[in-house]
Design a protein around this ligand. Structure first.
Ligand SMILES: [Zn+2]
Length: 215
C-alpha cells in the first residue's frame, strides 16, 4: 500500500482539541505564561476567552483581562463550573483559559473535557498544591488528564533556590498550621486577609502547629 500523500493528510485534518495545564506554587508566573499563550492564540486567529472563578458572590458579566504588555482579552467571572460550557459557547470562543483551577468545584474536570471534545484548546492554570503541600482541588485530576503539563517554579524567599511550595504565613511571620481555613475570603489577592503567601523551596517550607489540640 502506498504511503499517504500530503493531500490525504490535509483531507483528514480536523482542529485538534487539547488540554494544557500551567501550574506551580505562588509567584511562579502562571498568569504571565497564560497571557503569553493567549497572545499567541490571537495571532493565530483563535477566538480566546478567559474564565475566572468567583471567590465571593460578586459576578461580573463582562470584563477584560489585561496582560503586562497592555493587551486585553475578553474575560468572564463565573460562580461555578456549570457556567463554563454555556459561556464559552455563547462567546463563540475556541481557545479557553481557565484561571485559578484549584478554586473551582470538581465540575471543572467535566467542563474542560467537554470543551476539548469539541476540538477546543483549553488551558487550566492554578496551584498544584495548597499551603500544606497537598494536591489542591480539581488540579491533580486535571493534570492527570492533560495533554501537556507545565510545572513552573518560583524563587524561594528564604534562600533564592527553586521554589515548588507555597508558604502561608500569619501576620506575625509564623507559619500557618494544618487546621486553618483552606481558602481565605478573597482568595490570595485580598488585602483584608492577615495571612500572606510566599514561594519557598522544599527545605524552607514550614507547617505550623495545630491550633486545637487533639485528645
Ligand atoms: Zn529555600
Amino acid at each position: 500500500m502506498a504511503p499517504p500523500t500530503i493531500d490525504t493528510e490535509i483531507k483528514v485534518y480536523r482542529p485538534r482539541g487539547e488540554l494544557r495545564v500551567i501550574t506551580g506554587p505562588m509567584c511562579c508566573g502562571k498568569s504571565e505564561e497564560t497571557m503569553r499563550e493567549l497572545r499567541r492564540a490571537v495571532i493565530a486567529g483563535r477566538h480566546v476567552l478567559l474564565l475566572r472563578p468567583a471567590l465571593d458572590t460578586r459576578v461580573e458579566a463582562d470584563e477584560e483581562a489585561r496582560s503586562r504588555s497592555g493587551q486585553t482579552f475578553p474575560a468572564r467571572t463565573l460562580a461555578d463550573s456549570s457556567g463554563i460550557v454555556p459561556t464559552v459557547e455563547s462567546a463563540g470562543a475556541d481557545f479557553v483559559a481557565i484561571e485559578e483551577g484549584q478554586f473551582w468545584d470538581s465540575g471543572l474536570i467535566e467542563a474542560a473535557s467537554a470543551l476539548v471534545d469539541k476540538h477546543m484548546v483549553v488551558i487550566v492554570n492554578g496551584l498544584n498544591q495548597d499551603y500544606l503541600g497537598r494536591p489542591f482541588g480539581p488540579m491533580p485530576t486535571i493534570m492527570a488528564l492533560a495533554d501537556d503539563v507545565r510545572v513552573l517554579t518560583a524563587i524561594c524567599q528564604v534562600c533564592g533556590e527553586e521554589a515548588t511550595k507555597t508558604q502561608r504565613l500569619h501576620a506575625d511571620g509564623t507559619p500557618a498550621g494544618p487546621d486553618e481555613q483552606l481558602i481565605l475570603p478573597g482568595g490570595f489577592e485580598t488585602t483584608a486577609a492577615v495571612d500572606r503567601y510566599e514561594a519557598r523551596c522544599r527545605r524552607h517550607h514550614q507547617i505550623g502547629p495545630r491550633k486545637v489540640r487533639r485528645h
